[in-house]
Design a protein around this ligand. Structure first.
Ligand SMILES: Nc1ncnc2c1ncn2[C@@H]1O[C@H](COP(=O)(O)OP(=O)(O)OP(=O)(O)O)[C@@H](O)[C@H]1O
Ligand SMILES: O=P(O)(O)OC[C@H]1O[C@H](OP(=O)(O)OP(=O)(O)O)[C@H](O)[C@@H]1O
Length: 208
């Protein structure tokens, strides 16, 4: 009998897509899986259980080994550089990281202010570009910052482009593509090899 695996799932927008993918891969998740308020969900007759975390925290649970596997956005993995392995690009929750701002923003400001939920990604990006900026870290609604004069530019996720458009902002530079990834704790990867390989195989077979 293989050991039980703990999988950290991101609550919020990725959750439904990830749950659909697992169902298509043949896992019998309970019908109330998506609507529960429980944070630990045991799945009957399966050798695994789920813990539900904020998307930004999934890699933390996996790095510390309290979850063997997790599903995390590439944006989070770029931002946090956790000690985890990326096993699969699940190709869900597809979007990208970009620089945006007001169309008439002056491009020659000295040390322009950049608002973002991704301070490490933004710092590395502007350093690479040889541009000095001041980073202002926010937790959400990043597009608000240039509208009220808190920042000159933003670094944020773009998917459909609707949030930028409805707020009169334009995309200026593309930073990196983002999809959700299956991540694993390095120790679990060695000692729970059979169970983990089974999940990777099942997911690979049904991925688009
Ligand atoms: N507009 C988007 N379209 C597709 N994927 C997105 C989008 N925004 C974010 N993502 C992906 O989904 C992950 C989770 O998004 P987010 O941090 O907004 O969490 P949420 O729980 O859905 O929302 P919130 O915490 O703001 O209520 C991100 O790390 C990113 O990989
Ligand atoms: O290009 P779009 O399809 O409009 O999607 C992009 C928006 O989606 C995310 O925000 P979210 O809905 O998670 O809200 P938040 O800004 O409060 O995190 C992201 O931060 C953008 O604001």
């Amino acid at each position: 009998m293989t050991e039980q695996l703990t999988i950290a799932m991101p609550k919020g927008r990725i959750f439904r897509e990830a749950a659909n993918l697992l169902r298509r891969a043949g896992y019998r998740l309970p019908p109330e899986f998506e609507d529960s308020r429980k944070l630990i969900i045991e799945v009957e007759d399966e050798q695994f259980r789920f813990i539900l975390a904020k998307p930004m925290d999934v890699a933390t649970y996996v790095e510390h080994g309290v979850a063997d596997l997790g599903i995390a956005g590439k944006d989070v993995l770029l931002e946090e550089e956790r000690d985890v392995y990326e096993l699969l690009d699940l190709k869900i929750s597809s979007c990208y990281l970009a620089v945006a701002g007001l169309p008439d923003a002056k491009i020659n400001e000295v040390a322009p202010k950049v608002a973002t939920k991704y301070p490490n990604v933004a710092t590395a990006y502007f350093r690479e570009q040889g541009e000095q900026v001041e980073i202002i870290t926010l937790n959400g609604s990043i597009e608000l910052a240039p509208l009220v004069g808190l920042a000159d530019r933003i670094v944020d996720i773009v998917s459909t482009g609707r949030t930028l458009k409805e707020n009169g902002l334009v995309e200026m530079e593309h930073i990196a593509p983002v999809t959700s990834r299956l991540i694993v704790n390095p120790v679990s990867y060695r000692i729970k090899d059979a169970g983990i390989s089974g999940i990777v195989r099942a997911l690979t077979e049904v991925m688009d």
